[in-house]
Design a protein around this ligand. Sequence first.
Ligand code: GLY
Ligand code: MN
Ligand code: MN
Length: 439
Amino acid sequence: MLLSQISPFFKSRRENLTKSHPDAVFLIPSNPDYVRNNDVHFPFRQESGFFYLTGLEEAESFLVLAPRRSGAGGHRTILFVAPRDPDKEMWEGERYGVEGAIGIFGADEAYPISELDKKLPELLASGERVFYRIGQMGYDQRILAALESHRRSQGRSGRSLLSVEDPNAPIGELRLFKGAEEIEIMRKSCQISAKAHRAAMQETRPGMKEYEIEALVDFIFRKEGCQRLGYGSIVAGGKNATCLHYRANNDILKEGELLLIDAGGEYQYYSADITRTFPIGRKFTTAQAKAYDLVLRVQKEGIAMTRPGAKLPDIHKHVCEVMVDGLLSLGLLNGKAEEIIKKGEYRRFYPHNTSHWLGMDVHDAGLYIKNGEPRLLEPGMVFTIEPGFYVQPSDHQTPSEYQNIGIRIEDDILVTSKGCENFTQDAPKERSEIEALRG
Ligand code: GLY
Ligand code: MN
Ligand code: MN
């Protein structure tokens, strides 16, 4: 089904991007339609930056933002798209075409994608520099040819040198700060995903296959309005959870072990990213409970630190310090806390970072370091807090009651002016609440 109108936010994002780069031409390709075999394609998902600026979910599209030549200021939006074609549309579905690019997506001009090479040199002539991401989508040769053609056309005017910069830097900076409309969408994708995690806690039974729970979670995402997954779900029973990017999801769930689910739906192009860990039977064992309580405590302390002005590396440092204290109390590490931290010995149990930006991509755009320093958190940023505890199968030093344990607890946090909002608080994580659901 085609849209008859789109949100005005796409236009204001283009304006936000171009107003700080008045002399730049932006060249932003869509994702291609990746072929799986012959005439069969992988499911299409638009490139996040392209979608952020256009709302257009079609392959074979190309966005150009070019300074107006009239001196009126501002940029023109030029869209190159797949043209209407009744024969192709009979096989592949309806398209917006050139008419829709203007009428629905608000382009000032639109052309069939086949005209891109012809029009590019003239469009380049309206700017002093170019934003284009080299090495992606197979456009490099064509862009280089257009740059060369433009250079020749400029003769001795002195305007022939165009620097080429990566648009992901300015687009990433915009995407890092979520506006009210994005916050609303992310709240929804997180609520849907939390609902799926709760259902998994209710429905899991010993003897099921991991992929049955994967399918259940996927079904709830889709039923509640998500278009797709934000990333491949990790549904990992027992020792499988100690593999950080476990993907097989084909093992049998065993009584007495834990199930770790890291899954998030994508709603209107924004992903949730939730991890919960719960017993496949009714209750946590004593060792599982001790490790779980530690991870939950450090996770809550990380969330409590979130406010404008805080820094992700400080949250990670605190998480590691509290984790080390806990591991010492459990007798899983020995020695002095400072030494353990200095040597990174805790990485035997907690080998990954605590946070990443979250948005249209699960590991979202935006720089973590600005002017050489970790950047300060500001209202509108969304990120994860996801500490874990994993005993690797090769670790024979750790007491047997901790073997096969992999635990991670992950929430999605919005920085607000007063502190933070936990988008994923509806996914149960208190041990008592989980055991009540499992009972
Ligand atoms: N689901 C990927 C991550 O947690 O970073
Ligand atoms: Mn994550
Ligand atoms: Mn995750």
